[in-house]
Design a protein around this ligand. Structure first.
Ligand code: GAR
Length: 215
């Protein structure tokens, strides 16, 4: 099977980025991280990516007159790296409809809530304030509206009465690190389809020869 070329966009810590890099290092994982791009030079994740020998680039949005010019440069870099799938991993810039359409169904995001609940910032704070009993995370295809688009995979965790933002965020982050690599795996295996803005994931099936098991 051909290996899917994945680009990761970050703005900060890069723990989800690291989870994707670690997964891609597993033998037989059908995706390769071809670059990590940040809009902020100080993003911690850039150092982590370099330590893992992943090519890095900085495209600072402040160097461009407007969003379109910034995104044209981003798009050019992604093409130069040969990216086939883009993973937003704590990338804190809202992308324009132009960019989102250009990469339609090839652009995914992870968000620390059970979307469509709690898009945007302060997710955990709002969830705790409203007394929800379950929180979680979502990987979705990106559409122009923030933290919105066809949901690929979600995972849930309990919210405990004594949770703080920090304890809940840490519990959710652990499962983020599991579902993001799982999502990329399913996409790389060609099992993820979008139909009428809903995602359908085909089962993982063994190759035809090995499934013939005469009794
Ligand atoms: C993660 O929790 C991710 O879900 C969230 O930012 C954090 C980045 O952490 N993304 C969003 O809120 C997107 N709306 P990381 O840099 O350690 O992966």
């Amino acid at each position: 099977m051909a290996v899917l070329k994945v680009a990761i966009l970050i703005s900060g810590r890069g723990s989800n980025m690291q989870a994707l890099i670690d997964a891609a290092h597993q033998p037989g994982y059908p995706a390769k991280i071809v670059c990590v791009i940040s809009n902020l030079a100080e993003a911690e994740g850039l150092t982590k990516a370099s330590k893992n020998n992943i090519p890095i680039a900085i495209v600072n949005h402040r160097d461009f007159k407007n969003r379109e010019l910034f995104e044209h440069e981003l798009d050019k870099r992604l093409k130069d790296f040969g990216a086939e799938l883009i993973c937003l991993a704590g990338f804190m810039r809202l992308l324009t409809p132009w960019f989102v359409e250009r990469w339609r169904d090839k652009l995914i995001n992870i968000h620390p809530s059970l979307l469509p609940s709690y898009p945007g910032l302060d997710t955990h704070k709002r969830a705790i304030a409203e007394g929800v009993k379950f929180a979680g995370c979502t990987v979705h295809f990106v559409r122009a509206e923030m933290d919105h688009g066809p949901i690929i995979i979600q995972a849930a965790v309990p919210v405990y009465p004594d949770d703080s933002e920090e304890t809940l965020a840490a519990r959710v982050l652990k499962i983020e690190h599991r579902i993001y690599p799982d999502t990329v795996l399913a996409i790389a295996e060609g099992r993820v389809n979008v139909y009428q803005e809903r995602v359908f994931i085909a089962d993982s099936v063994p190759p035809r020869e090995s499934s013939i098991n005469p009794i």
